[in-house]
Ligand binder design. Structure first.
Ligand code: TEU
Length: 560
């Protein structure tokens, strides 16, 4: 492999500002709170911080509904607070990646307000996607990803506008060159502030299919599922090439596309090593395996994915992108339940063990790893018992649609599904210590703190040499030290393809090999691996090494 790029050697830490640290005691996290905690992030050893949206917002979807791309959300602080955060982060040697949300804006954005006026002479009308009614109905059958139709009627102009997400998030019209120009201008404006890159929200959805045809509709579904139709549309690569020429190519940035519906073939274009588009993408395959993609239930369920299915997907991406494109590696983000509860075991007996096991399995793969705030503590799902504790628009709309409107789930079942899959599982406040509200705020937080904060928190983790935190720190150190972790060839251990309990792979670079062996179950198992005498353990989650026996959630990583 050619000389690696800095972002290929880097580890990213994701901060959800609303839930990280409140500095002014209004119950909502903010920029000064993050600045205060930079030392903690630095201690973990990561290279980059990715900030979820911090812009002015209508606050319907956790800031993913932006009403001014160049202004800071006043509850998070002022532009000066952002500049201070950026300067201090840079002093710590931490880069800062911003969220770019340009598939849609907020309905409160100036562009949309101007767009409401119909007329050929209004340049802003065409910044969004407006269509005439068809037979007095929506222009097509698309459903919103957040329940309900993807179209909202505007009486004044007798037309509908498209919103793939909430009605407060109208989709921008990327086929309009003026809109693209406005976006690129805004990106260059942020570049001049000295930021270090962008994570691009649902960037795979920006180019809509010609003629906006109906989408396939399940038997029981209320609306067509537009997911596959709108992903990787006809001009998406053309628009990203243009973005690359107008913006990205001018800076030594980290860029990652959040690409819902991406296939391996498409990822080879988005994240090609030739650098023509983005550095890497977030693919969703391993996040969808425990859902019901083709039924009205969508992601809502509480079952567990089998190891063979999970491994098959992860291995496929490792192989397919090898030497051609670049992977991102993640178990968690602000849209996903906590990994220790989902693919591990959050029972106190196994929580720490399984959190470490999952961390090692991910961090020894090829790609750039992302750590979501609290993952390094082994934070668990929220465990909310009542609907009133939920805040997330996706969760609340889905409850309403599935329980009240379609009546295909009862309240109890849906609450169980929310406990398993709601995005709020990841959005509870960061657990700093055992004091009031976990040290997040002195004010009642905007969303409930996980009730386990007295046991699981930063202070406790830093005091305990065998904590999940120090395990992550060690993984990051190893990645920085050993080029094989960035560059080594990935191979599944032969015979592991069908193993229901153990995941085992190697990485190879020149004469060096790393072998990862991980038990995904709470059972003791025995496996034989051909480990040479020279093999030494790089990292493990039990104190001793019992040779061929693997204890519950045991992970061992050898190098030779
Ligand atoms: O998420 C995009 C996306 O694909 C989501 O539909 C995701 O699959 C879902 O939240 C999981 O249940 C991005 C952001 O990460 C998310 O927070 C936003 O709500 C969404 O875009 C709209 O901007």
């Amino acid at each position: 492999m050619a000389e690696s790029k800095w972002w290929q050697r880097a580890v990213v830490y994701q901060v959800y500002p609303k839930s990280f640290q409140d500095s002014d005691n209004d119950g909502i996290g903010d920029l000064r709170g993050i600045t205060r905690r930079l030392g903690y992030i630095k201690k973990l050893g990561v290279d980059v911080i990715w900030l979820n949206p911090i812009y002015k917002t209508s606050n319907v979807d956790g800031g993913y509904d932006i009403s001014d791309y160049k202004a800071i959300n006043p509850t998070f602080g002022k532009m000066a607070d952002f500049e201070e955060l950026l300067t201090k982060a840079h002093k710590f040697g931490l880069k800062v990646m911003m969220d770019l949300v340009v598939n849609h804006s907020s309905f409160e954005h100036e562009w949309f307000k101007k767009s409401l006026v119909k007329g050929k002479n209004n340049p802003y009308r065409d910044y969004y996607i407006w269509r005439d009614p068809v037979d007095d109905h929506e222009p097509n059958n698309w459903g919103s990803f957040f329940s309900g139709p993807a179209w909202t009627y505007d009486k004044e102009s007798n037309q509908y506008y498209l919103h793939l997400f909430a009605k407060e998030q109208p989709d921008l019209n990327w086929d309009n060159p003026d809109l693209r120009h406005s976006i690129f201008e805004m990106m260059n404006w942020w570049a001049s502030k000295g930021i270090d890159g962008f994570r691009m929200d649902v960037i795979s959805l920006i180019s809509k299919p010609d003629g906006l045809p109906d989408a396939p509709k399940g038997k029981t579904a209320l609306y067509g599922n537009a997911g596959d139709l709108v992903a990787n549309g006809p001009h998406v690569h053309e628009y990203l090439h243009e973005m690359s020429q107008q913006v990205l190519s001018k800076y030594d940035w980290i860029t990652v596309g959040e690409t819902a519906g991406v296939t391996v073939e498409e990822a080879l274009k988005y994240a090609n090593l030739d650098g023509s588009e983005l550095n890497m993408v977030f693919q969703f395959e391993h996040m969808g395996l425990d859902g019901n993609r083709d039924s009205a239930l969508g992601k809502w369920d509480d079952r567990h994915v089998s190891l063979p299915k999970l491994r098959e997907s992860l291995v496929k991406w490792q192989r397919a992108l090898n030497k051609k494109a670049w992977n991102s590696l993640y178990w968690n983000n602000h849209d996903q339940p906590r990994v220790v509860s989902r693919f591990g075991n959050d029972d106190p007996k196994y929580r720490v063990l399984s959190a470490k096991m999952l961390a090692a399995v991910l961090h020894f793969m090829q790609g750039t790893p992302y750590i979501y705030q609290g993952e390094e503590l082994g934070m668990t799902n929220a465990g909310f018992e009542n609907l009133k504790d939920y805040r997330d628009v996706e969760s609340l709309n889905a409850y309403h649609e599935l329980v009240n409107r379609m009546k295909i789930l009862d309240d109890k079942t849906m609450l169980r599904y929310l406990r398993a899959r709601s995005r709020d599982n990841a959005r509870t406040p960061m657990q700093w210590n055992a004091s009031l509200n976990a040290g997040f705020s002195e004010h009642t937080p905007w969303i409930r703190v996980n009730s386990n904060y007295k046991e699981i928190n930063v202070e406790a983790a830093l005091d305990d040499p065998s904590s999940v935190f120090y395990f992550y720190q060690h993984l990051i150190e190893l990645r920085h030290k050993l080029p094989i972790i960035t560059q080594g060839e990935f191979e599944l251990v032969s015979g592991n393809e069908k193993d229901k309990s153990v995941f085992s792979y190697t990485r190879k670079l020149e004469k060096q090999t790393i072998l990862v062996i991980a038990n995904f179950t709470a059972n003791k198992v025995e496996r034989n691996y051909d480990i040479p005498y020279s093999g030494k353990v790089l990292i493990k989650n039990y104190d001793d090494d019992c040779g061929e026996k693997l204890r519950p959630y045991e992970v061992k990583v050898y190098v030779y």
